[in-house]
Design a binder for this molecule. Sequence first.
Ligand code: NOJ
Length: 728
Amino acid sequence: MTQEKLNELLRDMSLEEKVGQMIQLPAEVLTGGGLVTGPTGTTQLTDEQVGMAGSVLGIKGAEKIRKLQKQQMAKQPHHIPLLFMLDVINGFETIFPIPLALGCTFSPKMAEEACSAAAAEAAADGLHVTFSPMLDLVRDARWGRVMESPGEDPYLNSEMARAMVRGYQGDLRSKDKVAACLKHFAGYGAPEGGRDYDNVELSERTILEDYLPAYEAAVKEGCRLAMTSFNTLNRVPSSGNKWLLRKILREKMGFEGVVISDYSAVEEMVPHGIAADVREAAKLAVEAGVDIDMVSNAYAGHLAELVRSGEVPEKLVDEAVLRILTLKNDLGLFEDPFRAVDPAETEKVLLRADFRQKARETAAASFVLLKNEGILPLGKKLVAWIGPYVDNREIYGAWSFPERPEETVTIKQGVEAKGLPGMSFARGSYVMDKGRATKFGRIPNPSDEQADAWMEEALKLAASSDRVVMCLGEHKDLTGEAGSRTSLGISKGQMELLRKVRQVNPNIVTVLFCGRPLAVKEIAELSKALLVVWMPGTEGGNAIADVLFGDRVPQGKLSMTFPRSLGQVPVYYNHFATGRPNPPHEIHLFRNGYMDEVNAPLYPFGFGLSYTEFAYSEVKLDRRQMAPGERITASVTVTNAGDVSGVETVQLYLRDPSASVVRPVRSLKGFQKVSLAPGESREVSFSIEEPMLRFYDIEMNYVSEPGRFEVYIGGSSDTENGAEFVLV
Ligand code: NOJ
């Protein structure tokens, strides 16, 4: 449809019809099913309002969506097609590793391919929009939603943001693409105490410099939607925050797409305490620039009347509706409301062999080897595989709802597929302790007799094997939305199992499943090797077997810091120096830090081992001085000093040690992955340019300041391999 035709359509629509476009129905209103994650006002809608709603959230199934599209379009006065949206977070039916794990690949290419596969499957299922990428910067592992973010670094997250948007959207008109929705705008990743939905208080400088870049990168890549966040940002809930949505998102970042509220977030401005009632909440949201009210009753109940009474200019509604119609048009829905989806063909796209292959490679690349005292790869040994994750399919993360979970490969299946002799398997314990619940309720526990029998069997196998692989972790439903925790461990039962196994066999490799950095000090001490596998998805078991047997090398690097203990949280690598710094591994009283713990985390951002060792030469700079407009080339030679091939992520960090405001102790500014055969060396170079040195100065101007700078290049954020230059 031409722009002129869209304008014409808009002019022809009644006020009620226009408001309808701005309402998103939850699946339950139309089908009585779907995931409900909070109160929804839309259950109070009249039949006429339901008939005019412009979009639906949370329905899957090509057949079902086609039927609903037909049914709802028939009710629309202008037969406008609806948008069907869903949380496709780390894959649709072929499940990829959770986004935090994707961050650990340090491979935007892999992230793009994962999102491209997810888009193809979701589009074949009839969907138009995914509520992804989630780009909230995360520094607090207590918050359950860290699993949905690429991690704690603005630069890495920005690279991932661009890649994910490209993967989902590509050419939006193509039938295997969906529109992406960046979220949660803004700052949702910094809730006080790590409590979900809690307030966020950040200085403007911190928001602009650390929290906004990844969202902005998605905008620049052409992301078509943005979702507001539940939280207050400096005391203003995002769905009513004009500064955030109009000044920053639209004016500063140039976002031209559709802004959708989070789930009931418009109505929630009443309990937040900035709207006296839902009517006022609707007014605040539309003024701030929220185009679609996700599942609350605010726009449905009050927007038309607010316009009629003159309190809200109709122009605001028209602008919002035009943006929504434009998105529908760009998706090709006016020409074909079904986007050529043929339900008979959908099955052929879901779980395609090439998607599964990518999922396997990506999962393996996301695993982070935190410790290895020469015990991995496993080699030809008698191996006992013990723990509740040995034969467990719930390894796809909190935001995946595969229709065919039986397609998920467990560790046991992955190991058996290798066809090696000497493998034995025992469950040992359950993931959750007796009486403990996840957010979706209690999980059945074994009887005491059963638990004892499991333990006995596990110890027997452990004692009679050369190696034990402990497959442990936190339950997926202790992570994700509403998954905040005040402890960062695994269940007592699993710890008891690990301690007892250790008494009969110290040759332990622990494979750890988690959706957040856990406090793993004791687990690491009890194990000779520790491999974090996050929630790896459909091909998890195969990927784990590949890595443990050395068919693939571990190459992941942490995209979020692992603390020594819960008390260190929030702990992140790009913090600020104080006037009384403590050496990271020492405790000195009356200096910055704790009296009972050092400041260094257990495993820092960027850290991850391989089966080989990489040696770095000193950092070479081609010049020691540069002016704006010039560049310095910083290089190192990386050598594979071991006897197996390996993949290293070479990381560039910069520091501005003296500026008009305090700068982070270091900031990631580049990374490159290199694959090296044993003995092979490669020179890796980074270009340093003046814009990379900019920040918000004391006057809030985005500038660089002349002076000395430090450069670090290495395989982790704590590398001391450095050099210096001067910006004149
Ligand atoms: C609430 C979550 O915060 C958001 O991330 C999600 O996209 C919506 N619910 C829709 O499910």
